[in-house]
Ligand binder design. Structure first.
Ligand code: UD1
Ligand code: UDP
Length: 377
């Protein structure tokens, strides 16, 4: 008797999740004789800035379910997600639940599936900042603990997992799926007109500019930390625009902390709403350097060979520092200023693209799933 298809259910919810799930869904669709798939969007990120443009830019099908959970404290948000995921899992009875990254939607999906005895696959497994004050670190640790398929992006992720007692046979070094999206959509983001829209073209020549993203609670929910960043930004020469797509968490926090005035003193800052993927990648690819506390942006800059200064004291993605263009500059303005000056003086860190950050991760993941098909169904 022919084997039935394996039923896969993906759970996503936040901006970086969408970038990671798109190539996997495409690849599984190519193997539709072996798999069926459904998509659940928790609604952690929502609306015309943080969600809709990604579904459009990345060509992701409309989610089968949108749980519309939106924002809340960690407990409220995670609990709401779990309550709304559970009946879907009971009804659909997937053979495998797939979660990506390290956001609350990842953990909610992992916990709910595991409690129902449904096998779990975690993509981007084994990353560790070793900083449990980060909500993402808790999400990463717990999700990995519960997963049967742990797909990793780099060799140190495997080491971390082995050190935590994960069996080697459950770990699969399949590479960086976010980079699949980067390569796949390169010709589309290359055509974005965002530079013209923002006045960053001088005739046919791109002006020098810096791209900034900020959203880690440790940077943006704390007045002193945010002031350190603003101090560093003020030291950037006025003729170099700082393009800043403002994350909604940061927008609210700046207002709440009474720092709008200080931010407005940075006269060369171009503040805009969060961008869709295609516009954002175009901006990244042409920038002098990127200042960020994002996880994904550390990886994308490494692949594009764009200098990245990470405004954090740790990273769960050390390969971007040891191999790539990333420099961890910490949270003190004097160090940020020094590193920015070095880049403006032409001292740019040279990097290499890590192994398996080659656009073929989704293929490797689906190969692993196919090899394990019999055990899934
Ligand atoms: C979340 C993830 C973080 C990830 C980031 C990507 C967790 C714990 N954090 O952080 O790991 O790096 O997404 O961007 O899962 N808000 C809006 N509109 C939205 C979404 C959020 O206005 O569409 C505002 C709300 O005020 C909300 C705040 O942003 O309270 C934070 O949103 P939340 O999803 O809780 O966390 P992020 O900071 O976005
Ligand atoms: N990104 C985007 N528009 C923006 C900021 C980021 O498309 O205005 C993309 C970015 O290129 C990367 C992903 O969103 O693919 C990273 O998301 P984010 O920095 O919010 O989350 P993190 O990676 O830190 O979890």
């Amino acid at each position: 008797m022919p084997m039935r298809k394996a039923k896969i259910l993906h759970i996503v919810g936040a901006r970086p999740n969408f970038v990671k799930i798109a190539p996997l869904m495409d690849e599984l669709h190519r193997h539709r004789s072996s798999f069926t798939q459904k998509l659940v969007h928790t609604g952690q990120h929502y609306g015309s800035n943080m969600s809709d443009p990604f579904f459009k830019d990345l060509n992701i099908i409309r989610p089968d379910h949108n749980l519309n959970v939106q924002s809340g404290t960690h407990a409220v948000q995670t609990a709401k997600m779990m309550m709304r995921i559970e009946p879907i899992l009971r009804k659909y009875k997937p053979d495998l639940v797939v979660v990506v990254g390290d956001v609350n939607s990842t953990l909610a999906g992992a916990l709910t599936a595991s409690k129902l005895g449904i096998p779990l696959a975690h993509i981007e497994s084994g990353l560790r900042s070793f900083d449990r004050t980060m909500p993402e670190e808790i999400n990463r640790l717990l999700t990995d603990r519960l997963s049967s398929f742990l797909f990793t992006t780099s060799p140190e992720a495997k080491t971390n997992l082995i050190n935590e007692g994960v069996s080697e046979s459950n770990i699969f070094y399949t590479g960086n799926i976010m980079i699949d999206t980067l390569f796949k959509l390169r010709s589309r983001w290359g055509k974005s007109r965002i530079l013209n829209k923002l006045g960053l073209m001088n005739g046919k020549k791109t002006m020098d500019y810096i791209l900034l993203t900020l959203h880690r609670p440790s940077n943006v929910d704390d007045k002193k930390s945010l002031q350190e960043v603003f101090r560093a930004l003020k030291a950037i020469p006025c003729h170099i625009p700082i393009v800043y797509p403002v994350h909604p968490r940061t927008k609210k926090s700046i207002q709440k902390l009474g720092l709008s005035g200080q931010m407005h003193q940075i006269v060369n800052m171009i503040r805009i709403s969060p961008l869709g993927y295609l516009d954002f990648m175009k901006l990244m690819s042409q920038s002098l350097c990127v200042l960020t506390d994002s996880g994904g942006v550390q990886e994308e800059t490494t692949v594009l060979d764009i200098p990245c200064l990470t405004l954090r004291s740790n990273t769960e993605r050390p390969i971007t520092v040891t191999k790539g263009t990333n420099v961890l500059v910490g949270t003190q303005s004097h160090r940020m200023i020094k590193e920015i000056r070095d880049i403006l003086d032409g001292k740019k860190k040279k990097g290499k693209i890590p192994k398996y950050w080659d656009g073929k991760s989704a293929k490797r993941i689906v190969n692993v799933l196919k090899q394990n098909l019999a055990s899934l169904i």
